[in-house]
Design a protein around this ligand. Sequence first.
Ligand SMILES: [Ca+2]
Ligand SMILES: [Ca+2]
Ligand SMILES: [Ca+2]
Ligand SMILES: [Ca+2]
Length: 444
Amino acid sequence: MSNFVAKSWFALALSVTLYASAMGQGRYPMVHIPQNAYAGDGMMPFDAVYYDHDWQPFAAASNIHMDDGQRPNEGVFFRYNRIYSSMTKPNRQAVGADLGGVLAGNNDGIFNQFNSLGASIPESSSGWGNRFEAGYLVDQDGWMISVVDGPGYHDQWVHGANDGGAADVSVLFTDPFNLLLGYIDRDGDGFDDDLDNDLIFGRDGLDQLDGNGDPGSDGVPETFVPFDDLDDLIRIATTFDQITVDSQTHFSGVEITKVRRKKRTHGGSYVEVFLSARYFELDDHFNVTALGGGLGDAFWNTRAINSLVGPQVGFRWSHKRGRWTWASEGRFLAAANFTRLRQDGELGTLLTTGAAGSPLNLTPQSFWNTRSFERFSPMGEVRAEMSYQVTKAFSLNAGYTGYFIGNIARASTNVIYSLPTMGLGSDTEEAFANGVHFGFEFNR
Ligand SMILES: [Ca+2]
Ligand SMILES: [Ca+2]
Ligand SMILES: [Ca+2]
Ligand SMILES: [Ca+2]
């Protein structure tokens, strides 16, 4: 994130440099410059801009023409937008493996266990971001650099109470190695319970005498047998006292754009065509902390980093009348999405392996998983806005920004709930984000 703040400052510094360069050149008209040295071909973004700004940015906008479709601005420009937007939630995915109901037990009882946290997590959320754009346009050609940092989305939910009471927040795990099997002691008599009613009590022997020492049974094993009754094993319930689910998503990116402004249309509008190289990142975190209960204390933090790189085409249509400019922009990015998934976590740090009510063979686990893959991710962006000219070069603006991103990996949908060390999937889906932006612009 701070990376992108740094990049944003870089963009700002670049724009100031461009300003200085353009202003310097503007003061000394370029009598000696041969015609073909003008920035008209626009292919050298860091050449000096041979353009006279007549630079009085805060001059009153007294020369406002009320005719429809005025000439657009030329020279160096800068704009800043604050963005507030919301984003679609990931596909439905319970916190837990999709197993339906599973027969499980612990020292409190035997029951059918279902995932407690169903399809509603995480919810859609909204957040703030920043966008900086700087560049220049002379005649019909120019360059632009655009940096976006955010929006960022953050949500957190807490389920259950960490009060040592009933551990009733349930998360199912697949258990291919039967590590969850264990003996239980529901009546608290210190003997494993005899689940198959053959009078052999798990690891604790045979009940063949009653309370008077006569043949019979009293529910208390007293006779050694040289084996454990494996029929008394049951899957130990994977419940927790309290679960905290934390979801964070962050957008960022940079694009470098060659701008070509088309000639004025019949209606007095202007169209700019964009050809860009764009980098866009969607960084998604899904962190779960689970305390108490059969597999507590535990956490599993999963992160999906989608790095989209590719060529982009776009346009800007604008129409100015008086102090008002109406503009709309569209962009289409054909990106390679280099996706990296990471996961670290711990399960059952408080486990007493083999105790009644705990798994017989599962020991406390810690793990680190990674996975990476590439996908094709199309991405579209649209904007529509109004700007109001305050002084000659300074305007305020407000509008709408929408994103559509295909084939991105989210963290929450790629958690594999499998014992002992969990895992990562490779699911991708589309995401849609939209919202409002507002800010100011200089000479755009
Ligand atoms: Ca018992
Ligand atoms: Ca038994
Ligand atoms: Ca007995
Ligand atoms: Ca048996």
